[in-house]
Every structure is written in C-alpha cells, then in structure tokens.
Write a protein that binds this ligand. Structure first.
Ligand code: ACO
Length: 429
C-alpha cells in the first residue's frame, strides 16, 4: 500500500485522500470517502476522461509509448504466436492455457455452439435492410430467453458454463446476421474445424459448393480478432461492467455492450472509414482534395481512421494489422480502386506536416475495414466483426467485476435545473 497522500482544500477545510498506485506506476487519488468526509462534495468529469472506474488486472495500455498488453503479454507477441481462442482464455482466466486446458475449452465451446432453432424465427422477423449490429444486439438479448438461468457467480462451474455457452453461440449469431442479409440459408458450421476456421465457413459457405479455407485469410482474421479482444475501460466495456453491476446476466450485459460498440465514435469507425473511401471514389478519387478538406478548420470533414484518443504516437495494433492487410490483399489478388485511394491517403498523411505534427497516424480501424472488404465481408458487418473480437474482453471484464464484488454503478450529478417551484393547475397556466 502506497503512503502517498493527496490534499484537498475546500472553503478553507483541508482533507486528505490516499493515493493508490498500479503495477505500472499509474497513480490515482482514491476518493471513495469524498462525499462522506466533505459533507456531500462530489467530482464532475463528463466522459470520465480523468476517472478510473475500477482496478483491473486484465489489460494495460500506454498511449504515449504505444504499448498494449493483455495480462502482461505484449500484443505483438500474442498476435504473432497465439491464436484467438488462446488469447480469449488468457483474458478471461488470467493465464495462457496448457494444450490440455485449451483442448477442453474448445471442446466445451463446441458442445455449446447450437443456437435454438427458434431464434431463426426472430431473424426472419427483421427486414433485410436491418443493420446487422441491431440484429446481433437483439439476438444476444434473445439468448437470455432461451438460456434463462442467471449465473451464480459464486459457482466457478456456472460461471464457466455461461462463458463457453456465449463463446459457442455468438459466432453463429454473427454468421446468421450476415447470411440473413444475403438471403443465404442459416447453418451451424462444422465443429471439426478450428474456432476461427469455423467462423469463416459459417459466414461464407454457399449451400451448393464446398468452402475452401485460405490459411492467409484465417491468419488475418485470427490476428484481427486478437487485436480487438480487449482495450480496457472503453465505452462498450464500461457498459458491460455497468449493466453487469446490477447483477443482470452475462448475455444481457453483453447485449448492452454491443449497442455501445455500434456508434461511429467507437466500433462504428471501421464502417465509417470505408464509407469515406467510397465517398472519395464517387467524387472522382481526388485524395489531395480530401487531404485539404481534413486540414481546413472551417470544414467538419475528418480523415476517418486517423488519430486516436489514447494512442498519440502510433497504434500498435495498426502496425501489426498493416502487414496482414498487405499479405491478404496480395494473396487474394484484390484489385479495388478503394484500396488505391486508401494507400494514397495513407502515404500523403504520413508525409504531411499537419498530420505528423498532430501525431495523427492510421489507427487499427483504417486497416481492419480494408482487410474485411478484401475478404468479401460487407461494410455493414465490420462492426459486427469488431464485436466478435471484443467478446472475450467483455466476458473477462464482466467476470472480473463480479468476482471482485464491485458495487452497482451509480454516478452522481451536479443538478443545474430549476429550484423548487409551486405547482400550478393546467387551467392556470
Ligand atoms: N482528421 C483531421 N484532423 C484531425 C483528425 C482527423 N482524423 N483527428 C484529429 N485531428 C486534428 C484536430 O482537428 C485537432 O487539430 P487542432 O489541434 O488544430 O485543433 C487535433 O488533430 C487533435 O484532435 P482531437 O480531436 O483533439 O483529438 P482527440 O484525441 O480528441 O480525437 C479521435 C481522437 C476522435 C480518434 C480523432 O482523431 C478522430 O476523430 N479521428 C477520426 C475518427 C476515427 O478514426 N475514429 C476511430 C478511433 S480508433 C477506435 O475507436 C478503435
């Protein structure tokens, strides 16, 4: 326990608060007793930019240095040497699995990968135009109805069963959300395949032909899912923890997280990148014009996929995924005018003093959308793919929050409305 103290003076009264330090020397003022000791004073911090909502042992990131680690392991090592299921196990249970543990984990997930056939009726009720993120959030919520038992978090076994259930069923829902839009029959994949291989098969297999797995595509998707698997207390993860803090079940908490991820300021950015590139192409493909617009302060246009709230030097995930993007596109022989526009923008931005001075580099979403498009995944599915990758992170954070017996999330506010007013009858107004 650190001996450091933070001192606060309000209207001449002095207070002291403990300062806590994380394992990476991050410092936080512990204000748990602020209201009690100050007679009701609170802090205000819209967007929680200065507020730690929890202590967590899952993910460490340092935006200045471009560091991202899951459970202490560098993202570069995990992306290179581990597969997605190993990383999921690591995030959720804290340690890399032995081969025996991993085999059991995968077997248990596969045993739970059947989604109740009646869920198809719910899918049928959606119009084909429905956004797959809305469909995914609804179907994840619907799973609650088909798996009603709430999780007794004091039972490791119940917790484990809930986790393998959702890891088994979620990829089926993802594939169904895409296939419904394309008018393809919904099926359950092939449980003799690896986790990621099966996802690709479930998404792309045509009813009348064999689906041939391409190892370069499998490897790229595996990496993309690993890179998106956790990012500490972001908007969707905080939502999962917040909803779970009311002791709502795991699936209900995840459904809320999916909705939070949908927004263009969060997971929706990968879709926004492709829409921007398509817009530039339709307008004649003049990248210089759009570079100028991005730099013009009187123009609201921003180069989507550039810059990051936390990473101010580079996004370590972007460095890893750029390589995979080059491999996939070369292997698939993709020729796409959108890619030429993307490459043009990337080159110009990396050499332009506006972007260099402001430390605006391509982020993971700039490249992820390009790979997904190369793989034949429709633009509207990009954020769904992000959700698929983020699932283990959400589960790990929900599990940690429940095991640490965190209190229900309930922020305070500073009220700025009317003071007490006399009620007047409607006839007197
Ligand atoms: N294009 C043009 N200018 C930009 C961009 C951009 N993409 N991003 C930032 N800037 C400029 C700002 O205008 C500002 O300039 P100024 O100092 O002259 O006023 C400066 O760079 C700093 O920008 P902020 O908005 O203060 O940076 P912040 O950290 O708040 O925003 C954000 C980060 C939201 C990601 C921003 O860079 C952005 O909007 N990028 C495009 C959207 C995007 O790609 N989002 C995905 C993020 S990755 C993810 O969610 C997984």
């Amino acid at each position: 326990m650190s001996e450091k103290i933070a001192k606060l003076e309000i209207n001449g009264e002095k207070y002291e608060f403990p300062v806590i330090e994380g394992t990476e020397n991050e410092i936080a003022i512990d204000i748990k007793n602020l209201r009690g000791s100050t007679n009701g004073v609170i802090t205000i911090d819209p967007g929680y930019k200065n507020t730690g909502s929890c202590e967590s042992a899952i993910t460490f990131l340092d935006g200045e240095k471009g560091i991202l680690r899951y459970r202490g392991y560098a993202i570069e090592d995990l992306a290179e040497k581990a597969d997605f299921l190993e990383v999921a196990y690591l995030l959720i249970f804290g340690e890399l699995p032995t081969s025996k543990q991993l085999a059991k984990f995968h077997k248990d997930i596969k045993a739970q990968s059947i989604v109740d056939d009646d869920i198809k009726k719910i899918i049928d009720a959606f119009p084909k135009t429905a956004h797959p993120m809305g469909v995914l959030a609804s179907l994840t919520s619907a799973l609650t109805a088909f798996n009603p038992s709430s999780v007794n978090v004091d039972s490791e076994e119940e917790m484990y069963n809930a986790i393998v259930k959702i890891l088994g069923k979620f990829p089926v829902l993802v594939a169904w959300a895409m296939r419904k839009k394309q008018g393809l029959p919904l099926d359950y994949g092939n449980s003799s395949l690896g986790y990621v291989e099966n996802i690709l098969q479930m998404m792309f297999k045509k009813p009348h032909e064999e689906y041939k797995l391409n190892p370069i595509v499998v490897n790229a998707l595996d990496k993309l899912l690993i890179l998106h698997a956790d990012h500490e207390q972001n908007c969707s993860t905080s939502t999962v923890r917040m909803v779970g803090s009311s002791h709502a079940g795991l699936f209900a908490s995840l459904a809320a997280g999916i909705s939070a991820l949908w927004g263009p300021l969060h997971g929706g950015a990968n879709q926004a990148v492709l829409e921007m590139l398509e817009g530039i192409r339709e307008d004649g493909g003049d990248t210089k014009k759009y570079m100028a617009k991005a730099k013009d302060k009187s123009d609201s246009f921003r180069l989507m996929g550039f810059g990051h709230r936390v990473y101010k030097n580079f996004d370590p995930r972007a460095t890893i995924i750029k390589k995979a993007a080059d491999e996939v596109l070369a292997d698939l022989g993709v020729e796409d005018p959108i890619l030429d526009i993307a490459k043009g923008l990337e080159k110009e931005a990396l050499e332009d003093s506006y972007f260099v001075d402001r430390k605006l580099y391509p982020n993971v979403d700039f490249y992820s959308g390009i790979i997904y498009r190369g793989m034949g995944i429709p633009t509207e599915m990009f954020t769904v793919m992000f959700a698929l990758g983020r699932l283990p992170g959400w589960i790990a954070q929900w599990r940690e929050m429940r095991l640490r017996k965190e209190p229900i999330g309930r922020p305070r506010q500073v009220y700025i409305g009317e003071n007490h007013r006399e009620f007047s009858k409607i006839s007197d107004r």
